[in-house]
Design a protein around this ligand. Structure first.
Ligand SMILES: Nc1ncnc2c1ncn2[C@@H]1O[C@H](COP(=O)(O)OP(=O)(O)OP(=O)(O)O)[C@@H](O)[C@H]1O
Ligand SMILES: [Mg+2]
Length: 480
């Protein structure tokens, strides 16, 4: 069932119940109101008749009877006088001659009630005229002086009830008509209201459908600040978020395919070179003693290069996919740094460079980290400091305690990095001078690996460089 139908149904059912309740209540209330009104009226008339009877003690019974008949005729009332045993003494509708034949009235409900309470009434159908009448009887507590009415005990007045009934019916039909009109109005209003409620929802559904079909720029209209408006806003925010996620995914996809392109390009170079040397050798150069050895060495160098490249690639893909397992341990800073330093000494000497070690950390100072990964970091930084240096230059490896841990830095007096490149050197495959780098066997993965490893240690790499003067790379590690 649609919400609209549900709302309308609830409204209509409520309205029907309400209108019916009001109708029943008013007609019940009206009936008793009119009845009480009539009883009061008859009671007053009875007092009037009694007054006449009391005052006029001079006239004969027949004269009085006639007068009662006249008064009742004027007022369209029937007056009955009843004695203490229930016998009818006089009746405005019955000729005096026939009065003795009228049956005893003591058992009439209104007389019984008057006997008990002083006043009583009853509504019933008169058998003689076949019409509904309201009968009101009153007990006369103070006996009359008149000799004719010494035994008079009850005065009963009755009036046709149809008129009242008709009036009630009239009002009731007005109530019914008004009820129907109200019902109609409520139905129309409820249809309108439910449409107002469901229309924005339908629009939301339409908008969501559009988005579902791929129109990611489509938005759901927000027309109010109520729950529906909030829902629409939430949907729009969700779509915005999805859109930005999609953009990010696309970017990632682009980076990935770029990476693949770079990888295949970098792999191709050493493979082709090695292939070239080997083919030349097989083509006859193997027998030329002046070149054969150096060609084989060159082929081997290229294959070595391929090997390191593949290792770097494996490293970086492991790091980036989160597969790289770090094994954190506490170890001595000085001992670690010295061991790395020793490995690079001969390389520096070969390149005509001075490699210095400046340790202001104490032998017992400890580092908390992955020793092998950190060795890889220093290898990369020291290789760069040596590779991008100038003849006769210097490389300083140093360590010191800072407030937050152990700081390790690699400083060189090399070519430096122009300011505009600094922000990009940590990107994979990024090289400032690709020719020089490639010549040195670089692919631009070293610093990307360094960055990832240091970040995995909850730290970051800083760099300061001036083109032509040299660079310093440093990072701080947690102390043990
Ligand atoms: N100490 C340095 N002095 C000058 N330039 C540097 C220094 N370190 C890095 N660079 C520049 O940053 C680039 C990126 O360095 P990175 O170590 O990532 O790659 P690479 O050395 O070219 O290759 P790889 O390290 O993968 O063999 C280098 O190509 C170089 O241009
Ligand atoms: Mg490098």
């Amino acid at each position: 069932m649609k919400i609209r139908t549900k709302i309308t149904t609830v409204y209509v059912v409520l309205a029907i119940l309400m209108v019916a309740a009001i109708g029943i209540f008013t007609s019940l209330w009206m009936e008793s109101f009119f009845k009480i009104q009539l009883v009061n009226e008859l009671s007053r008339q009875a007092d009037l008749v009694l007054y006449i009877l009391r005052e006029d003690s001079t006239r004969s019974f027949t004269q009085i009877d006639e007068q009662i008949k006249k008064v009742s005729g004027l007022e369209h009332l029937r007056v009955t006088l009843i004695d203490d045993r229930g016998n009818v003494i006089a009746d405005s509708d019955i000729p005096l001659a026939e009065i003795t034949r009228v049956e005893n009235h003591l058992e009439r409900p209104e007389v019984q009630e008057a006997k008990r309470m002083g006043i009583g009434h009853d509504i019933r159908r008169s058998a003689t005229v076949d019409r509904d009448f309201l009968y009101m009887a009153k007990e006369i507590r103070k006996p009359l002086n008149s000799s004719h009415f010494r035994n008079l005990r009850y005065i009963r007045l009755s009036s046709p009830y149809e008129q009242v009934q008709r009036q009630i019916d009239q009002i009731r039909s007005i109530v019914i008509i008004i009820g129907f009109l109200a019902l109609l109005a409520i139905i129309i209003v409820s249809i309108f209201v439910s449409r107002r409620i469901t229309h924005p929802m339908a629009q939301i559904v339409k908008g969501v459908e559009q988005i579902r079909l791929g129109e990611l720029d489509a938005r759901v209209p927000v027309k109010s600040k109520d729950e529906i408006g909030l829902a629409a806003t939430a949907i729009n925010e969700l779509v915005d978020k999805l859109n930005s996620d999609i953009i990010q995914l696309k970017k990632l996809e682009q980076v990935r395919s770029q990476f693949l392109g770079n990888v295949s390009h970098e792999l191709r170079t050493p493979i082709f070179s090695a292939q070239g040397y080997l083919e030349t050798l097989l083509g006859g150069a193997i027998n030329d003693p002046s070149v054969n050895r150096s060609f084989i060495e060159k082929a081997q160098n290229n294959l070595n290069r391929l090997h390191t490249l593949l290792e770097d690639l494996i490293n970086i893909s492991q790091i980036e996919s989160g597969e790289m397992k770090m094994s954190f341990r506490i170890f001595y800073a000085n001992e670690f740094i010295e061991s790395v330093f020793k490995e690079f000494q001969s390389l520096a000497v070969n390149r005509n460079l001075t490699l210095r070690l400046v340790m202001s950390t104490k032998p017992e100072d400890e580092i908390f980290g992955d020793r092998e990964r950190l060795r890889q970091v220093l290898n990369n930084l020291l290789s760069n400091a040596i590779n991008y240096n100038k003849p006769g230059g210097e490389v300083v490896l140093s360590s010191e305690r800072t407030g937050t841990g152990i700081q390790i830095s690699v400083k060189d007096t090399g070519v430096g990095i122009p300011q505009e490149h600094i922000s990009r050197i940590f990107e994979r495959f990024y090289r400032v001078d690709s020719d020089r780098s490639r010549e040195l066997g670089g692919t631009g993965l070293g610093l990307a690996i360094v960055k990832h490893i240091i970040e995995a240690h909850g730290s970051h790499v800083d760099v300061e460089s001036k083109a032509g003067e040299g660079s310093t790379f440093w990072f701080v590690l947690k102390s043990g």
